[in-house]
Design a protein. Structure first.
Length: 405
């Protein structure tokens, strides 16, 4: 593999230490190798083997098979001290890649369309560097390579199987390559960074009949349409206007013929919010609104409302540490993008409920190279310069948090 971008990296990587700059070609090679073999949640066997092969090669202690395919590695410094965890998710998406690149996905219908291949490469690069420089920090660094972030969620089962124990983690950090920001920038904030994710499915049971005789029926489509409209009033009229929320009905399936009133209608969608205090708010209002509308029309319903991920809440102290590190690594005019938030969800939230930590966005888009397609797009790709920047930020966070006395 030929890598010819080290010379143009002078601006973006000018504050990245020489040894990590030298590592850049290997970061790119690892990322591209992973990109060619994407795997869905809890099936990341090739990915896990790639990770463990590198860890064995570097003499890094690790455990495998956590939450099916998860890997946890541990690197000890030369003196006792705190335990800092670094988390990297490693699953792909069920998307057919449309990029015409030498490292295009070789697995039909699967693609790393969210940057998790880059997350693994950054974490591996950090582990490699720290394994060669144990004398530069005290305490322990734990690397958590997590399956199934895209669903159904690998963080919680990894926690349940002890990923944060033995040794017990004091704090955790993680990053997400982010094509909503240009390469050479970082988005970070204290408090809510990403939203809670809740899902719902609702079946409306009416009474079908002839399209010309509606009085003999209970029209499930009319009932469903009323529900779709009424659900939007939760945010507009029930939620404190100073708080944020989103209710999206993404699927509405009903009917099979133009002259038949549908017997049933099926609605599905998602709810997003930042405030942990809203944990049961939307669920309750859904039940009340749907029940009331169905009763008024004489219809019945089945509602399956479930919580997927809680909001990502960054700890102030750890966020301040990350921010201070980033200020010394990023020097472009934009630099740090403050108050950066998204209604997207992440199961990093489960780790942050257990220990204080910070999750941040590492800018990865480069429009001049055509590397600015959004996440989950079949032509998603990112500027690989971000890989070296990510390693430098992680390494400096370790050095700062696990400072030698």
């Amino acid at each position: 593999m030929v890598f010819t971008s080290l010379t143009p990296l002078s601006t973006e990587l000018s504050r990245v230490r020489l040894e990590i700059r030298t590592l850049q070609p290997r970061l790119v090679q690892w990322r591209r190798s992973l990109h060619q073999y994407p795997e869905l949640g809890f099936r990341e066997h090739i990915t896990a083997e790639f990770i463990t092969r590198k860890l064995r090669e570097w003499g890094i202690d690790h455990q495998t098979g956590i939450a099916t395919t998860g890997v946890v590695a541990v690197i000890h410094g030369t003196q006792p001290g705190p335990v800092l965890a670094i988390r990297a998710d490693m699953d792909a998406l069920p998307i057919q890649e449309e990029n015409q690149v030498p490292y295009c996905s070789l697995h039909d219908g699967m693609m790393h369309a969210c940057g998790h291949d880059g997350h693994v490469a950054i974490a591996l690069g950090t582990a490699y560097y720290l394994s060669k420089h144990r004398h530069t920090f005290a305490g322990t660094v734990k690397f958590i390579f997590q399956p199934a972030e895209e669903g159904p969620g690998g963080a919680k089962p990894m926690i349940e199987q002890g990923a944060l124990r033995n040794p017990d983690v004091d704090a955790i950090i993680g990053l997400h390559l982010w094509n909503n920001l240009p390469v050479g920038t970082v988005g970070v904030r204290t408090g809510a960074m990403m939203a809670a994710v809740e899902l719902f499915d609702c079946i409306i049971q009416g009474k079908g009949g002839h399209g010309a005789m509606p009085h003999q029926t209970v029209d499930s489509i009319v009932v469903g349409a009323q529900i779709v409209s009424a659900l939007q009033t939760i945010v507009a009229r029930n939620l404190d206007p100073l708080k944020s929320g989103v209710v999206t009905v993404g699927k509405f399936h009903a009917g099979a013929a133009l002259n038949v009133i549908a017997d049933t209608a099926e609605l599905s969608g998602t709810v997003r919010y930042f405030d942990p205090g809203l944990t049961d708010f939307f669920n309750q209002r859904f039940e009340e609104i749907i029940a009331g509308i169905c009763q008024s029309y004489g219809a019945r319903y089945e509602l399956n409302y479930r919580k997927l991920y809680p909001p990502v809440i960054n700890n102030e102290a750890i966020t301040n540490l990350v921010t201070s590190v980033v200020e010394n690594v990023i020097e472009t005019p934009l630099g740090i993008v403050p108050e950066c938030q998204t209604m997207g969800g992440e199961d990093m939230s489960f780790f942050l409920q257990e220990v204080p930590g910070c999750f941040f966005f590492l800018g990865s888009a480069n429009a001049t190279k055509g590397l600015d397609y959004p996440h989950h797009h079949p032509r998603f790709d990112f500027d690989e310069i971000a890989l070296g920047i990510g390693v430098e930020i992680f390494v400096r966070c370790v050095e700062r948090y696990c400072a030698l006395a």
